[in-house]
Design a protein. Structure first.
Length: 154
């Protein structure tokens, strides 16, 4: 059995637009893995959860978001896929923004070109009613959240 040595705290946003669509991120990682997930990422040292989520949306999507409420915090053990020495703790918030139309999105999954050894990311709006069907959310904690979201909003 592998011994976990540290926690990896991550923060994600559930952003729903005026058309009842949720924003998802399609990403390619440096190890060649691809995933569809909710926007967000790792918390930086000295940063609060909400501050980190606001930063992530600004960096990834180029928009300002308002965090409106806590949605879910991981309540089960999940080792990191990328670092077998760490345990993932993910916190999800519902968000809103007046700048949703400024996000560069595509209707095509993984709509990017991956340069050798680099990460890449694209965004899509997915109808809340179709989440879990057409999105193929990849990360294990995000799969739980997508089910909760669908149950809450439909």
């Amino acid at each position: 059995m592998h011994v976990i040595k540290r926690f990896n705290v991550r923060v994600y946003g559930i952003l729903i637009n005026d058309h009842n669509q949720v924003l998802v991120a399609d990403e390619a990682f440096t190890n060649g893995t691809r995933a569809t997930k909710f926007p967000g990422g790792g918390l930086e040292l000295g940063e609060g959860l909400i501050e980190g989520l606001v930063r992530e949306f600004k960096e990834e999507c180029g928009i300002d978001v308002e965090v409106t409420e806590h949605f879910y915090t991981t309540d089960f053990f999940q080792p990191s896929f990328f670092d077998t020495n760490s345990q993932i703790i993910s916190v999800y918030y519902l968000c809103k923004s007046k700048e949703c139309d400024k996000i560069k999105t595509s209707d095509v999954k993984f709509d990017f070109v991956v340069e050798d050894g680099k990460e890449a990311e694209s965004f899509r709006w997915v109808n809340v009613a179709a989440i879990g069907n057409e999105t193929s959310i990849t990360l294990p904690i995000d799969v739980v959240v997508q089910g909760m979201l669908k149950g809450k909003l439909l």
